[in-house]
Design a protein around this ligand. Structure first.
Ligand SMILES: [Zn+2]
Ligand SMILES: [Zn+2]
Ligand SMILES: [Zn+2]
Length: 481
């Protein structure tokens, strides 16, 4: 029958057209899309998604291979885990980078931990007694001094009003009539780089830790003097504790924001003496800060530098409840937590380590930051400044400290917060690592880090979904209040 033959041929043609279209579509896919399809078809894909979900959608997970076996006193295995059954025989764990520019999900978690760590020291919780909120507590901001005039955002006022022909020795204007906004890229840049004190600035950043130590020493001495007790007996009366974060200003200098608290002689649980008041602490902090002098190492090449805090100083008492005038504990904890996910990027710098002076020219940084990097590199070559390790820390503009540091008794630790979270997530009721009579033998090895392009897209999707879930949960909590 001619009719049916024709139909069969038509069907065949239609099928082959559909096949061609399908192949053409596949070819039209980008390599990443093709990889997405390949990953999704891999055996163990569902488990891989579970792993990435457990890392919160970490952007650069570390892959580990190995096993852990826990036995009781008789040698019986009570729990065992091995990556042998995992996809690719490896397990993804968080990169734990605190910087939002490196890994948004891990920095979010670190920010949350910082919030709880700072808040516990203000209102109690996580092992710190609630009575700390009755103790004298201040929120203090210590700044760097001026190293030379920089453009600044002054809320609609001219940047640096001067007479028109007021020029520096390099023929540049000492004034700037422009009203810069905060996002203006020129903010933080010197009016004249030749006039700017780059050596002073770099040495200052490199001594921020020493300046802070000198500040707390001076504050303790002044507290002892005010109370009329010998400095060596101060610990029998009060304990000074703190948590502080370092923030890079637009000009690349460090600011320190700190919570300073006075406890009794036995730490947070003991009452400070009556003389240790908010008012006394508030009066002594500015005195101590302005009295501090740190002497940079003598150097024939650069001369001698005396380092001190800037005159801009902010000291505010803290209150647990907002009466409209004072800072609340939660506001301060949130404020400090915000800074730990940021670093030199606020100063237009990069977090790339400098391995050779010539590579500085190739970095996507401002001319001002490049000048600080070159100063770090050059000073780093002087033997008398070797201990400042300015070359390995050049990318941090000479600052070697941790973004957040605290005194031992202030509150809990990041480690304790992570351990508490791990316990909470161990929903299977398995043995706790601190159970006595149990021995755990673990062997782990590094099995790679990071995602392929396709896997990175999937992880980003997971991170976004988790973030949305968090937002919905936060809204629900808000509605329940
Ligand atoms: Zn991460
Ligand atoms: Zn200006
Ligand atoms: Zn000049």
């Amino acid at each position: 029958m001619p009719g049916s033959t024709a139909r069969t041929t038509d069907d065949h043609r239609a099928r082959s057209r559909a096949e061609q279209t399908r192949l053409a579509r596949l070819h039209a896919l980008t390599p990443t899309e093709q990889e997405l399809i390949r990953i999704a078809n891999l055996p163990g894909f569902a488990r891989w998604v579970e792993q990435i979900r457990a890392t919160g959608g970490c952007e650069h997970p570390i892959y580990l291979s190995g096993s852990t076996v826990t036995r009781d006193a008789s040698g019986t295995v009570v729990s065992a885990y091995s990556t042998a059954d995992e996809p690719g025989e490896r397990l993804a764990v968080r990169c734990r980078n605190r910087r939002a520019s490196r890994c948004a999900p891990c920095s979010y978690e670190h920010q949350g931990d910082t919030f709880h760590l700072v808040r516990a020291g203000l209102t109690g919780g996580k092992g710190t007694p609630a009575v700390v909120r009755e103790h004298p507590r201040l929120f203090v901001t210590l700044t760097a001094p001026s190293f030379g005039a920089v453009h600044r955002a002054t809320g609609g006022e001219p940047c640096r009003p001067r007479r028109e022909h007021d020029l520096c020795e390099h023929g540049r204007h000492r004034g700037c009539p422009i009203a810069h906004t905060h996002d203006d890229r020129v903010v933080g840049q010197p009016l004249c780089r030749a006039c700017y004190g780059y050596i002073h600035h770099t040495l200052w950043n490199a001594h921020t830790g020493e300046l802070w130590d000198a500040f707390t020493r001076t504050l303790r001495r002044r507290l002892a003097t005010a109370a009329g007790i010998p400095r060596s007996r101060l610990r029998d009366h009060v304990t000074l504790s703190f948590a502080k974060v370092a923030e890079y200003q637009a000009r690349g200098a460090i600011h320190l924001h700190a919570v300073v608290r006075l406890d009794g002689p036995h730490g947070p649980q003991s009452t400070p003496p009556a003389w240790a008041s908010d008012e006394l602490l508030g009066a002594l902090v500015p005195e101590a800060a302005s009295a501090v002098r740190v002497y940079a190492p003598e150097s024939e090449a650069i001369g001698s530098y005396i380092l001190r805090w800037g005159t801009q100083l902010d000291v505010r008492p803290l209150r647990s409840f907002n009466d409209g005038r004072e800072l609340t504990d939660d506001a301060v904890a949130g404020y400090l937590a915000k800074y730990v996910t940021k670093s030199t990027e606020t100063a237009g710098a990069t977090d790339t380590r400098i391995t050779h002076r010539s590579t500085i020219d190739l970095l996507p940084v401002t001319d001002h930051v490049a000048a600080i990097l070159r100063t770090c590199w050059d000073l780093g070559g002087l033997s008398e400044l070797a201990h400042l390790r300015l070359r390995p820390w050049a990318h941090m503009l000479g600052f070697r400290g941790h973004c957040l540091s605290k005194s031992r008794v202030y509150s809990t630790t990041y480690g304790a917060l992570r351990a508490a979270r791990a316990d909470y997530q161990r929903a299977d009721g398995g043995p706790r690592p601190d159970d006595t009579d149990l021995t755990t033998l673990s062997t782990w090895r590094f099995a790679g880090q990071g995602h392929t392009l396709g896997a990175a897209l999937l992880a980003a999707g997971i991170a976004e979904e988790l973030a949305t879930n968090r937002e919905i949960a936060a809204e629900r909590m808000w509605l329940d209040v």
